[in-house]
Ligand binder design. Structure first.
Ligand code: GUN
Ligand code: FE
Length: 455
């Protein structure tokens, strides 16, 4: 059964580096929120489908200056760090974790605080056009369940993980799993909870096995999490080769690079997302590709905590599944569009180099740049591929997760000059913000946008 048909200018990125724009395109969405048909104006049935939808009052027509994009997929968010977005970015990773982040995350033992923050964050991400988020929560089982409840109630597609961190050497006494066994039991309890959550029959909220990163977990914990990943065939997320400190820590402890270490614990699967990965080399990329794992590239966060630029060009050329992450709050903004912009900029600095005292040829890493089309692919199609979910583009059988960008809104930074031949998507990436996001759907359900204020 058809739920509605949408008619308008559709923009998506079926292939990395290529944008398809379909003017006067039609998307048929079925009762389950799945795309049942996609038709360009040349299609024979176009007129009939449009007329039938109009006659049955199920046609949604976009106006001139409005564009339908696939919903944005944020592959890396720390939900409990939302209160410190834009704060405490002056410290290196290790100190930032110990002095600011762990004390903040410890507060989520308090469910009232958790509810306040998580409600605000989910509303904000939806308003920014993020239809799917891969969340790190905290060590607390109850607050993590609450985050899953809030995402389900608000209709955001979400993958939610209880953070596992049990190493007494690296985690403070006041904020860690009581033991590896306790952390594993709580991880199992979260998986069972989310999978049987009433109202979640379509699986729009999914559980994630979440070792914070190798330094914060004992080998007993990593071994147990690997077993759970196999037992439940569920998603896995962690931080990988993020900074010099973290990368060297793993080399010292395991005598291996992060990817090899994670692989040895059976934590590198086709449903694994590795955040950052700035320090991965060609061998790591081969391992990631062989394991069919994905990468969450977080360009804004990397400027503060990685002190290096992720080799996006190289990873995309190798065909890796790379998506984008805001890393709230290692990254200061909840906007994935801003991270598209940042991914392009970071790659340009990497290619051009930054130290003018070196000659032009010594300064940068040749052939490192990516463009806005590739950044947009990462924010949509690439993110969907990384998660192994049918989301991120307009295609029959894919979930209708989408947003409407309106370039005619007054008082916004986005202006499209119809009389000039302009690259609309490029303008959207660089200048659209939440007031341009009129509608946001997940699985065919309208969940946000300025036309439908959330709350
Ligand atoms: N590595 C371990 N924990 C974190 C975190 O919260 N943020 C970032 N950026 N890196 C981490
Ligand atoms: Fe992170």
């Amino acid at each position: 059964m058809k739920q509605f048909t949408l008619c308008g200018t559709l923009i998506h990125a079926p292939e990395c580096g290529e944008i398809e724009i379909i003017e006067n395109g039609l998307i048929e969405v079925d009762e389950a929120g799945i795309i049942a048909g996609l038709h360009s104006p040349e299609a024979e049935q176009h007129a009939t489908i449009k007329q039938t939808a109009f006659a049955s009052n199920s046609l949604i027509e976009l106006s001139a200056g409005q564009y339908l994009l696939p919903g944005l997929i944020d592959l890396h968010v720390h939900a409990p760090q939302w209160p410190q977005a834009g704060n405490a970015l002056h410290l290196p990773l290790y100190t930032w974790l110990q002095e600011y982040t762990f004390p903040l995350e410890a507060k989520y033992a308090d469910l009232a605080f958790a509810e306040k923050v998580y409600t605000s964050l989910v509303d904000t991400l939806i308003a920014n056009g993020t239809t799917t988020t891969l969340y790190f929560a905290t060590v607390h089982l109850s607050a993590t369940k609450l985050l899953a409840d809030i995402c389900l109630a608000k209709g955001q597609r979400a993958l939610v993980g209880k953070v596992a961190m049990d190493s007494p050497a690296e985690c403070p006494d006041y904020y860690r799993d009581a033991s590896a066994q306790q952390g594993l039991a709580d991880t199992r309890a979260l998986i069972e909870y989310v999978r049987t959550l009433p109202g979640n029959e379509q699986g729009t909220v999914l559980p994630v096995i979440t070792p914070r990163f190798i330094p914060s977990c004992t080998d007993e914990m990593l071994t147990g999490l690997g077993k759970l990943a196999a037992e439940y065939d569920c998603h896995v997320q962690t931080h990988c080769s993020e900074s010099d400190w973290e990368h060297n820590y793993v080399l010292n402890r395991h005598g291996k690079r992060d990817t090899e270490s994670l692989k040895s614990f059976k934590l590198l699967t086709n449903k694994t997302i590795l955040a950052h990965s700035c320090f991965i080399n060609a061998d790591d990329m081969t391992t990631i590709k062989q394991q069919r794992s994905g990468i969450a590239h977080c360009p804004l966060s990397n400027a503060y905590f990685a002190d290096a630029v992720f080799p996006a060009r190289q990873a995309l050329d190798l065909g890796l599944d790379v998506g984008l992450g805001t890393d709230v709050a290692g990254g200061a903004t909840p906007s994935l569009l801003q991270n598209c912009h940042a991914a392009v900029t970071a790659s340009r600095y990497l290619e051009g180099g930054v130290d003018k005292t070196l000659t032009q040829h010594e300064r940068g890493v040749p052939e490192s740049r990516i463009n806005f089309k590739e950044a947009f692919w990462m924010a949509t199609t690439g993110g969907g591929q990384a998660l192994d979910l049918n989301i991120g583009l307009f295609k029959k059988g894919y979930a209708f997760d989408a947003l409407v960008i309106d370039s005619t809104v007054t008082g916004s930074n986005l202006m499209v000059w119809e009389e000039l031949d302009q690259d609309v998507l490029q303008k959207i990436i660089y200048n659209a913000s939440r007031q341009n996001i009129r509608k946001v759907w997940v699985q065919g359900v309208l969940i946000g946008g300025v036309d439908r204020p959330v709350g």
